[in-house]
Design a protein around this ligand. Sequence first.
Ligand code: ADP
Length: 520
Amino acid sequence: MLTKAQQLLKEYYGFDEFRPGQQEVIEQLLQQQNALAIMPTGGGKSLCYQIPGLTMNGTAVIVSPLISLMKDQVDALASLGIPATYINSSLSNEEQQHRLHMLREGRYKFLYVAPERFEQPAFIETLKNISISLLAFDEAHCISQWGHDFRPSYRSIVPTLKKIPSIPVIVALTATATDEVIQDIQRLLHIQDQQVTNTGFARENLSFHLLKGRDKQAFILEYVEQRKQESGIIYATTRKQVDQLYNYLRSRGFAVAKYHAGLSEQDRKQAQNAFIQEEKSIMVATNAFGMGIDKSNVRYVIHYAMPMNIESYYQEAGRAGRDGEPSDCLLLFSGQDIQLQKFLIEQSLMDEEKKVNEYKKLQAMINYCHTHSCLQTFILHYFNDFSTSEDCGRCTNCTSDLERKDMTTEAQMVLSCVKRMGERFGAGMTAKVLKGSKDKKVNSFQLNKLTTYGIMSKHTEKEITNFIHFLVAEDILSAGDQRFPTLKLTKKAAAVLKGQKQVWMQVGNIELSESTDYDT
Ligand code: ADP
């Protein structure tokens, strides 16, 4: 016997089976229990609130920060014969009034609105007086100030909810959330642990690649040259980088568009449409581009530089391959990327607590750029997703044919040096001591008297620094944060020092031989 939800799935959408997690969330909502759904991009989050919305009485209200996507969602529902609408600032006042009127008459099964709408008393009055089936928070991570895309207007809905007792049940949906964010969402929206459905974040069709020490432009040229028929996004950190890269590719005859917040709204719209409609195959953009872009056949996402944290990276990279086809996510890393991100945090208007948190997240991103473990696994573990035990077999590290060497002895040298230095210094200073540098600072702290002074003298200082970064990435050392970098031993370090844990490293890796121009 098919359940009602399965019947609707077949009848409206033509699908035979639920994707992982969908049924749980739907059943919870049907039992009037709040729910939080954490599913990867393309995992089918919309159905989780649409099916309950179809069966329950009244109008489902969906809050979404993505004004650009509302129309698409509404059109998609309308094409299935489901009455739906959106109300946002893109409509004339008259049209907004008309839709509010229709809403009061109970004509819609689904209503999409931006968070700001809840700041309008007239809208709240309307909600109080209509029958509501459920309230959905799409992109729910925006509600948490620990999220990488915090929207204060989103959070300020929470106290307003008390004024609308007619909301029977709430569902929050997101594809990107750290533990902190998940807890924040649960607390704000009263969602119990057993009402959280987390299908994990893994995207089987994505291959993650990390490239270091390359001529970035030359690499991109070669890469896109071979993929002229495919769509791809290239993310750069600053508008200037976008402009440069755009000119570079355009002058070489590529069909390229650009997008950043310094362009007029009209230019941005045009660029976006040209990309979506495949007139331009390459989009060069800052992170201003992407939220709400529903283009499923993006075959690659290249990050021209390291982004500020893993949440942003995974979300941006995750715009590749929403159709489930194999796609590439490439990150071109260089040492300057770290300096740029530090600068951006420093000169931002964030309060102190938030800055400290951003530095912590930046460190995790830097670790991603230095790990020799599976890149996908690294990301999943960052999100506390331990549901897949196997490495992806597709990323740079999984497919590397570099030799792996036992570096346990070298690791022990570094760790005992860090310990003797009182866990008070960063990687640069530690490397100097291990190298046996005559640097004045080393002498002034009397670090040249340590027994570990000069014990790695056959390596260059740069090699030692890189090795320390690797140990940080593998969680054998912790680096403090980028502002106050002080190396400390972790639990794993104790095991390495006691000889209970070996340290293996890919050697011949470009980071050991090529210049990495940073020092922490
Ligand atoms: P998300 O919001 O999680 O990124 P969507 O809700 O946009 O994902 O769904 C992604 C795609 O998957 C859509 O094209 C949707 O129609 C399809 N989809 C969702 N659920 C199912 C299902 N149970 N079976 C087959 N396709 C599905």
